[in-house]
Design a protein around this ligand. Structure first.
Ligand SMILES: CC(C)(COP(=O)(O)OP(=O)(O)OC[C@H]1O[C@@H](n2cnc3c(N)ncnc32)[C@H](O)[C@@H]1OP(=O)(O)O)[C@@H](O)C(=O)NCCC(=O)NCCS
Length: 412
């Protein structure tokens, strides 16, 4: 084992290869030159932080400057934490803890009220104040029995997109229509190039991506669905599977038309979606809803509130009322304290207070509930929230409730 003190610093652009190799090695992966190049445009070098043992780079971290849609439709700056990795021979000696603390303090300096990430394992990030704030569902539908139930009054049409048009079309449609639900984030620089490059290791054994576009009556594109195919044939019968990857539309009719397009494809026996929204709406559009099989439900984006006043004042609430929340912040300290959330009509203010707390929790619990993905009552049931004044849970649940659960499709 190598010895030496741990030092940390941002890397220079010419150190990118070394950084990427350490990041991939943490996952015990051998990246191809093509994969490493596809990742390069994501880097904001001044927001990288690597850990060194002696001269040797041992751990990596980076932050992307993103924006997240929050309840009410406003967008707040989000520190998108990524590239977390420590070489296997240097794990469990505090490298991640140090890099994370420095990245989060830097995000506070940048004025970001929120940090978010996707976790490779769900045991890693709770200690840093992160909690699952969005969930994704894995499902499959046998198309043979998936007869639609509800009328669809769509005056538009769906067509397969040409390869040449998607580079311009998809980012534009995503930006316009794909970021409506709380939890969704802006796509980092380089995201679309990497996504549309569609390298083999992202395909999971399925085909390259297909994209179908929805156009309104005037021929204007207003939604798309991206999917892959898995080809299978048994005794001369086609048993193909459509693996839905992303579905974006200007409004419910467009989105449902795109879903139905997938269900209606010839030679297809199953439509599956590994990252569907947790309240998957189209179960209500099946004459025989048991044909929908849910095989997975797990955490999506993990959120960490860095400034409670800025985060809470930024979103909108249901109804009115005053709530005094006390939050502890064991990891950073700076986000904790006692806060008065005052909601009147569509305006909300959140300030430090000395009033008696009505609810007590860790900043991770508040981060879990912030986008409306879980109620305070559920969190209290699990021991995450303590009700100090009777009725406070009900009030908090009403204020923070949202019409639909938050959803994030952008992996970074
Ligand atoms: C996850 C990873 C970055 C952790 O780095 P590390 O430098 O070992 O983390 P630390 O030493 O700072 O660990 C801090 C604490 O978290 C715990 N911890 C860290 N990683 C953990 C894991 N994967 N499972 C369980 N506990 C873990 C440590 O045991 C330690 O606990 P303690 O304070 O009670 O002793 C590293 O194990 C790694 O690179 N894993 C493979 C790649 C990966 O999954 N990256 C994350 C991408 S989202």
């Amino acid at each position: 084992m190598e010895h030496g003190a741990l030092t940390t610093r941002a890397i220079a652009p010419e150190e990118y290869e070394d950084f990427a190799r350490v990041g991939y090695t943490a996952f015990l992966e051998h990246p191809s030159a093509e994969e490493m190049e596809a990742d390069r445009p994501f880097m904001e070098f001044n927001r990288t932080r690597a850990g060194f043992i002696g001269e040797r780079m041992a751990g990596t971290s980076a932050v992307l400057s993103l924006q997240m849609t929050i309840p009410g439709g406003t967008r707040l700056p989000l520190a998108g934490v990524t590239w977390i990795g420590v070489r296997p021979e240097f794990t469990r000696r505090g490298i991640l803890s140090r890099l994370m603390k420095e990245q989060l303090l830097d995000a506070v300096e940048h004025g970001e009220a929120l940090a978010g990430l996707w976790a490779s394992e769900s045991r890693i990030y709770g200690r840093f104040g992160f909690a699952p704030a969005t969930h994704i569902m894995g499902l499959r539908v046998e198309t043979r029995d998936a007869h639609p139930l509800q009328p669809l009054r769509d005056t538009g049409r769906v067509r397969l997109a040409e390869k040449a048009e998607v580079t311009e079309l998809l980012p534009r449609l995503y930006e316009r229509h794909g970021r409506q639900l709380p939890g969704e984030v802006s796509r980092p620089r380089g995201f679309w190039t990497a996504w549309l490059a569609d390298v083999e290791r992202h395909r999971g054994g399925a085909s390259r991506l297909f994209h179908a576009v929805h156009e309104d009556q005037a021929g204007e594109a207003d939604g798309y669905v991206s999917f892959r195919m898995v080809y299978e044939e048994t005794s001369g019968l086609a048993n193909n599977e459509v693996k839905l990857v992303e579905l974006v539309g200007a409004h419910a009719t467009v989105r449902r038309a795109l879903w139905r397009f997938c269900l209606g494809l010839d030679l297809v026996r199953v439509v599956s979606w590994d990252t569907a929204p947790a309240d998957f709406a189209y179960r209500w559009d099946l004459a025989d809803p048991r044909r929908l099989v849910v095989n997975d439900l797990h955490d999506g984006l993990w959120l960490r509130i860095l400034s409670i006043p800025a985060a809470l004042a930024g979103r909108r609430y249901q109804g009115g009322g005053e709530l005094v929340l006390e939050a502890s912040d064991h990891f950073l300290g700076s986000a904790g304290g006692r806060f008065l959330l005052a909601c009147h009509g569509s305006a909300a203010a959140c300030t430090r207070t000395r009033r008696r707390p009505m609810l007590h929790m860790d900043v991770a619990a508040l981060s879990a509930a912030y986008l409306g993905g879980v109620s305070f009552t559920t969190l209290a049931e699990a021991g995450w929230v303590e009700e100090r004044v009777p009725g406070a849970l009900d009030l908090a649940d009403t204020l923070f409730s949202t019409p639909r659960p938050p959803y994030c499709t952008t992996l970074f």
